[in-house]
Every structure is written in C-alpha cells, then in structure tokens.
Design a protein around this ligand. Structure first.
Ligand code: ARG
Length: 469
C-alpha cells in the first residue's frame, strides 16, 4: 500500500495504515464484478449532477463519456485493477479522473460508497435474478416435455426407498416441476422488492446537496426511492432472500440429481444419460458416471454455506453501515455462479435422460404393490382399516412364503384370511386398475389426472412467459 497511488490506505491522521489492515480491506479482486453496474450507476448520477447544476453540463458530459470508455476497457478485460485502490469504486473513480481531469474528481459529489455499493448490488441482483429466472423456467419446461414424452409409462413409487405403490413416471417428473414452480415463485417475489433506489442515502443520513434522486431512479428503472437512508445503506436482506431462495433451489436440484444417479445406477438400471453428459473412469473403461448430477448435488453445499455465511455477517451489526458488509459479495457471487452452472446443466440432464420404459413397467407391476388396494377394498366393505391392514398383511405373508403373486392367492385362502373380500377382488388388482383408481384428487396418479397436470403446467409456463418472469 503506497502513498503514490493516492489510495485510501491512509489512517485518519494521514499515516499509512498498517499493512495487515490494508490487506484485509482490499476487495477489488472480487468486487470488480460490479464494474459495469457501478459505471451505469455513476453515469446516471453524473447526468443528474449536471441536470441540477451541481456540475456543469460540460463536466457531466465528460464524466458520462469517460465512464463509457472505462466500461469498454472493463469489457475488453484490460482495465488495470489496482489493489492499492482498495475496491472497484475507487479504481473506477481514479481512472476516470486520470482520463478526464478535474471533472472526474466531482463524480463523488453527494454520494458515498455506502449508497453506491447498495445501488450496485441491486443492479447486479436485478440482472442475475432475471437471467436465472429464465434458466429455471427452461428447466421446468424440460421436465414437462419429458413427462409428455414418457406418456403413461408406469413406474414403481417409493417411500423409504422401498417399493410402495405404482405411479406414472410422468407423475414423478412433474413432482419436480411443482417443486421448481415454487422456487420460481420465490425468485419472482424478489423482483417486487427490488424497486427501491438507494442512491442519495449518502453514507447514512442522506445529503444536504440539492440532488434529484428521482432522476437517477428513473434512468435506472427503479419505481421508488429508498424510504429510509439508514435502511438503504445497512440492509442486506434482499441478498439474503436471494441466497435463501438459491439454497432452497439448489437443494431441490440436488434431490433431482440424486434421483438421476439412482435411475442410472446398474442396480436400478431404469434410465440412461447420453455419453456427452457422463464421464468414464480413467481406470475402469466400462463405467459411465453421472458426474453432472453428482456435481449439482455437490454444489448444493456451496449455496447452503453462502446463505449461512451472509446470515452470520449481518446478524450482529448495529445500524447502519459497517465494514463487515463488504463480506457480502463473495457468497452472493458464488451463489449466482453456482446457479448459473447448475440450472442449464440440470436442464441438459433432464433433456438427455432416456428411460427404459419396459423395465419400469415391469418393476411397477410388482406382485405385492396391490396390497393397499386390497385393504381399501375391505375398508369399503366395512372392515375397519386397521383390521383390513392386518388381514391383508397375513395374506401377503402367506403369498411371500409360497412365492406366489398376491393376485394368485387361492380363493379358499382369501376367503379364510380376508373373509369380507369379494372373491373376484383379486383379479381386479391389475396395474392399469390400480393406477386408474387414483383419480379422486387432482394430485393423484391416475393417467387422466397426470395428463391434466401436464396440460395445466404447460398453461402455467406459457402464462408466466407472457407476463414476464
Ligand atoms: N467496498 C465497500 C463495501 O463493499 C464499499 C463501502 C466502503 N465504505 C466505507 N465506509 N468504508 O462495503
């Protein structure tokens, strides 16, 4: 940290700060990601300064154009970021002053880095939210398409990872559609809370200079001005909301990923991923590893950690700005990056899955998965369900011991163990009947209910795209 750089690494009394402090304070290696939104915010601010006469129109023009040329350098990747200048804001301001002379030194009029960084983060979050919402929408659309593609393919349904009752494969896929629809809702809610523009809040108390924050807000597309300057510089709950939504979304993707890993295992053997979406082992050439799904599952940990990290940073802070808040950026960017990787990857995996539909059908036709339906049959004929459950349990035990399917239990045995069962009841317990019967609630697995669910999902997707995500 050297004086020649004119950085901020000077103490209150003009001495160089201790190198240990200076090193800890540097953020430009990560906050340079805010450069383009910082520049957009500064340009709006510079125009406003010119409009209200705090700088001349010529100075305002010089600032706006100088900032545009800095943006070019940032886009080209050859902006000379200098850690001695601490953060992205000081780097850009210094470069502007070098480029346009004394007018550059007027840019920070009526502004603090505290309200500046709050604005930058909102602008950055606004862009990231919109891009990620689009990716999430595409993933949901892919799930619905896959559900339509597999049609009425039956599959075993599980609880405790034990075969429980037959379902439709499409129903399983659409369950993830429903999960992700709520994630989409969380991302959409955030949009409604991103409307307040914080610039003008100054370091914490606003400014006495005659600014027009409404001009800045209008140029940057914010419908409102921050209602409280302390809140505007001190709060990070919008980032927390994004990180929380991101963590939940990643956990949901992780469960989908885990199902894919299971489906593609040799043991389940019900689905396959294309070679382009798997890797092989460097040692065992027969292997086809679902690395993409595993990486999504693994990366969920980062999103959880990022949320916990920022919650911990914010928890004990008094009003208003505290330097701790500089620690908000790395978790924030990391969750953005994680979702930017995971969402398109999850979509490619869903699109690439091909199911072994005959094997799934055979697994769904498990000779014992009709047990609940037989108990339901008894319950309908007046047997208390607990008792029906016990009677069918005895019949299942009998059949298992003799290795015969439930529906082939001898009529005499049925009559003895389940006296109120209709003799013909067993014959009706076929896979198509078991599935078709589950049409009593909209969320049931009867093929006609699942088809309706898929149609409704298509309509939702179209409506969401229509009104904006
Ligand atoms: N880099 C800082 C941050 O992200 C900018 C604000 C610095 N403000 C201050 N009072 N030191 O929080």
């Amino acid at each position: 940290m050297s004086e020649k750089k004119g950085g901020l690494a000077r103490s209150r009394l003009g001495q160089d700060v201790d190198p240990a402090l200076a090193r800890a304070g540097v953020s430009v290696h990560f906050d340079q990601r805010l450069a383009l939104v910082d520049i957009a915010g500064s340009q709006a601010h510079a125009r406003m300064l010119g409009a209200v006469g705090l700088v001349s129109l010529e100075e305002s023009r010089l600032m706006v154009e100088g900032l545009a040329s800095l943006a070019e350098a940032v886009r080209r990747g050859d902006f000379p970021w200098d850690p001695d200048l601490e953060d992205v804001h000081m780097n850009l301001e210094k470069a502007l002053t070098e480029r346009i002379g004394p007018a550059g030194a007027k840019l920070h009029t009526a502004r603090s880095r505290n309200d500046q960084v709050a604005l930058d983060e909102r602008l950055y979050l606004r862009e990231a939210r919109e891009r990620l919402a689009g990716e999430l929408w595409r993933l949901r659309a892919a799930l619905v398409n896959k559900a339509l593609e597999v049609g009425e393919t039956p599959a075993p349904g599980y609880t405790h990872l034990q075969r429980a009752q037959p379902i439709l494969l499409a129903h399983h896929l659409l369950a993830y559609y429903q999960v992700l629809k709520r994630d989409q809702g969380r991302l959409a809610d955030l949009r409604g809370r991103l409307g307040e523009m914080p610039l003008g809040s100054g370091a914490l108390a606003g400014t006495g200079l005659p600014i027009r924050a409404d001009l800045v807000a209008e140029e940057l597309g914010f419908p409102e001005l921050a209602a409280n300057s302390l809140d505007a510089v001190a709060s990070r709950d919008l980032l927390l909301e994004f990180l929380a939504g991101g963590a939940i979304l990643m956990v949901n993707l992780s469960r989908l990923a885990e199902d894919m890993v299971l489906w593609c295992s040799t043991e389940f053997g019900v689905a396959e991923l294309p070679d382009t979406l798997t890797t092989s082992s460097s040692m065992m050439p027969q292997k086809k590893n679902p690395d993409g799904a595993e990486l999504i599952r693994g990366k969920a940990g980062r999103a959880i950690g990022n949320l916990v990290a920022l919650l911990s940073v914010v928890k004990g802070l008094p009003m208003s700005y505290n330097r701790d808040l500089q620690e908000d950026k790395e978790p924030f960017f990391d969750t953005v990056d994680t979702l930017d990787l995971a969402l398109p990857l999850a979509r490619r995996l869903v699109e690439g899955l091909s199911f072994h539909r005959e094997r799934l059908r055979a697994m769904a036709d498990d000779p014992y998965m009709a047990a609940t339906d037989l108990a339901d049959h008894l319950a309908q004929r007046g047997v208390p369900f607990r008792e029906a459950h016990r009677q069918v349990g005895a019949l299942v035990a009998y059949c298992l011991e003799r290795q015969i399917p439930l529906i082939e239990a001898p009529p005499a045995v049925l009559a003895q163990l389940c006296p109120l069962a209709e003799p013909a009841s067993l014959a009706g317990l076929t896979l198509p009947n078991l599935l078709a019967a589950r049409d009593k609630t909209p969320g049931g697995v009867a093929p006609r209910m699942v088809a309706a669910q898929a149609r409704k999902a298509q309509g939702e997707l179209a409506a969401e795209r229509e009104r904006g995500l």
